[in-house]
Design a protein around this ligand. Sequence first.
Ligand code: NAP
Length: 483
Amino acid sequence: MSTVMSVDEACAAAEAAQQWYADTDLQTRASLLEAIADAVDAARDDLVPIAVEESRLGIERLTGEVGRTTGQLRLMAQVVRDGAFLGVVLDKALPDATPPRPDLRRMNVPLGPVAVFAASNFPFAFSTLGGDTAAALAAGCTVVVKPNPGHPRLSDAIMAVAQQALADVGAPRGVLTMVSHGLQDGIDLVTDDRIEAVAFTGSQRGGLALAKLAADRPRPIPFYGELGSINPIFVTPEAAAERGASIAEGWVGSFTLGAGQFCTKPGLLVAPRDEAMRSAAVAAVGGVPAQGMLTQPIRDAFLHGVSERIDMASIDVLSGGGWDAETDTVHATLLAVPASEVIATPELLEECFGPMSLLVEYDDPKQMLALADVLPGLLAAGIHGNADEPIVDELMPRLVARAGRVLWNGWPTGVAVTWSMQHGGPFPATTAPATTSVGASAVDRFLRPVTWQGMPQAVLPVPLRDGNPWGIPRRVDGVLDPG
Ligand code: NAP
């Protein structure tokens, strides 16, 4: 049986299941997330070959990604059991105060059915059962998935596994449903009045079109779009002098990983003009095998982006890349450009999705500051340097002002799924810079706070009642009760 429903059927089912699901206690909801994770782990050997065929990403990478995906679901189960995400705050009544204060109790509640647009570049971890789905389910929201057209068979197979796991624990079908891929179902989903929020990972163009639809509805809803980023890495003069060749090799490894199809790919390496770094980077690119890309449109967009840049007068082509028609694979492209040109050419600060990166060369370290001042919003940015270099103190606040994650002597690819992770950033990295799409805090996007005023105990939700019946962390009269 296909897992695909019409938009109307899926939204009706999601709406019908919403109250049941929102009312689940923390233990039930966490167990449900774990049941999905266990079922996906058990089906791994059936799912991975489909993903390999559809995405060309390779068995090792995709097997690892299943672990990341089920780990994500289990982290969300932990978040649910912990209970702090409910944000419970109690202020006892002060009838003798001037003016008198009523009893006030605040808690987060689920937004309601969420539409999740699956991404192409992580067929497991950012797709049908990826981070957005896990976070929305953790919040107590039913989910309608809009699958990505890049892996339709995998979407169907993994959804069948999850739906069976949910049925086995007695959950109604509407807790997790899926519509068809194709533009129209996505549009109909975002504009359906039963949907209360949208989570999206993909292109800036697609994300903005859908964000506009969400905002233009008679009843606008939140839209959480993760749209990509250039993730510049800055190399100080001391770091380049001490370890320039190894930095260049690390950079090439990072921007060619997964054929450069990561939103965290370092699209710019900003470094002093240095022949040794150039040659180390060129040698490293020479050792990278040609790779297949996710879909034909993504490949074509990549080749177009490369040729646009190569045609610019200021660009020095260090390694031309190109497409091999016989194997339908692409070679990595390495370009160099003076820092002054990048500052004057905003097009060079746009993302080019795929195995391509720019070596931005400066003559004066102060040019790093001028460049940092014109950067767009970023998911990540970093410095390779030594902590006592004065330029670091000037550069760091500029990166913090623009990026959701700032890293030191490392590479932005590889986003740990943890309690402290921030995967977000100012536009154009995302449409909602105060939020994250990876890590424990991702749950917050699908919640909204409500205050109960002067309410009898029997009418209050259980987590707000006297005596902390669920034993969760709560702030009572300004003092933290760890539960
Ligand atoms: P995409 O084109 O943005 O598509 C993602 C999803 O959005 C698909 O389900 C697509 O529907 C839907 N969509 C796109 N435009 C729409 C519109 N105008 N109206 C309604 N729905 C729309 O992303 P992609 O196909 O995965 O990759 C294309 C480009 O996106 C890449 O080259 C890259 O630049 C970027 N990308 C970014 C990230 C990231 O992490 N931020 C990840 C992957 C890709 P359909 O089913 O009709 O296609």
